[in-house]
Each structure stands twice: as structure tokens, then as C-alpha cells.
Design a protein around this ligand. Sequence first.
Ligand SMILES: Cc1cc2nc3c(=O)[nH]c(=O)nc-3n(C[C@H](O)[C@H](O)[C@H](O)COP(=O)(O)O)c2cc1C
Length: 218
Amino acid sequence: MDLYNALYTTRAMRRVKPDPIPDDVVKKLLDAAIRAPSGGNQQKWRFLLLTDPSKKAQLQKLYREGLTELNATQYKAVMDLIQNGDPNDPEVIQAKKTNASAEWLADNLDQVPLIVFAWGKPNGESSIYPALWSLQLAATAEGIGSALTTLLFKKHTKQVLDILGAPEPTEWVPMAMVTLGYPTGRWAVAKRQPAHEVTFQDSWGKPVSWRVDTPLWQ
Ligand SMILES: Cc1cc2nc3c(=O)[nH]c(=O)nc-3n(C[C@H](O)[C@H](O)[C@H](O)COP(=O)(O)O)c2cc1C
């Protein structure tokens, strides 16, 4: 697969089929992930592959609880927009899509065939993200949809670590999980605020001389 194809189309694909991902494919994803850069090339990461149905069911309940609480607090403005906004407004349409996809995951986390949990070291936590993004890009190349989420580590860290038999978050800090499975939908180019609107030239606030009005890879 062309690298730009993967870069442009690797979306948060939360809805997936329950079909298992073969070990031969799983090991390719992890082998790609650990090629990623890390601060000082320390490679201070740990991954846990979760396929156990009973553990996934326990986590689904926590995830559902977490999203319901976020919808009532942090995401309240978005929920109000979805309920009361103009249904033809592109922002409302996009918010509805993202919300439906997030709700699907909260209700069906136990149906996702593979969840990869990731840990980093205290003060070196950001090094985990290139590795997880590499894992997601490799997944796209294998025709597997993925979604990175951090929600389970907002309120339920202790319960999650207990379920996974993982240590207290002192030496190893749980950072995120990536859900993986074969997609039910199609790949599409991610819609984003254009590059020229979020990039400055030489001084903060000074616009760049170019524009990108449509994605440069289609
Ligand atoms: C650091 C980080 C944390 C995220 N946490 C969550 C999460 O807890 N739940 C979720 O459904 N998506 C989560 N996402 C996925 C984002 O919602 C997603 O990347 C964004 O909505 C863009 O979606 P798209 O790529 O499908 O356009 C997270 C993404 C990142 C990078």
C-alpha cells in the first residue's frame, strides 16, 4: 500500500467485525510498531494484546460508563449541538457521525477482536504515540481498522489495570488502547482543518504563502 494512502485514510475506525485477526498479522503490526522512534531510542514501551472475551466484557462496562459520563460533562456542548443544532450544518453532521461511532464502540467493545493496550515510562510517555500510530498505519496496510482511545484511563485506571493483571501505574504508565478489527465500512480521506490555516511562517501568526483547499492525495 502507498504510504500516503495509509496516512490520508487511517481514520478512527471503531466499528469492526468480530472476526479474529490471525497471529501472523498481529505480529506484523507489533513488529512495525516497535520500529518507531522513541526519546533516546529508549524503547520504553510495553504492549498487552487482549482477546479474552470475559476481560473484554468487563472493560466494555467500564468504557460504557466512562463515555456516558463524558457525554454529560466534557462533551456536553457537542451533545447539545447534536440534539439542537441545524441537521444540515456540516459541523452537526460530522459531530453526529463521530458520536454514533463512539457510541458503537462503547456498546460493543467486547465484540472487537483485538485490543492493544500500551504503556510508557513516567516522563517519557509521549514516546508511545509514534509506535501506536505506526501500528495503526500497519493495520491499514493489512486491511484492518483501528481506533486509538484513552477514555478507559480517565476514571477507571485502577479497575482496568486489575482486569489486565497489570502493575500499579508507577513504573509503567498506561497510556492508551488501540481497538483493531476488520472494517464494516469503507476507508475515506480524513476531513481536517486545512494545513495553511494551522501553519505559520517564520513568526507566530504570520500566514504561509500557500493554500491547500483540497487534500493533495485523493
Ligand atoms: C490521544 C488520542 C486520544 C483519543 N481518545 C479517544 C477516546 O477515548 N475515544 C474515542 O472514541 N476516540 C478517541 N480518539 C480518536 C479521535 O476521536 C479521532 O482521532 C478523531 O475524532 C478523528 O477521527 P477521524 O480520524 O475518524 O476523522 C483519540 C485520539 C487520540 C489521538
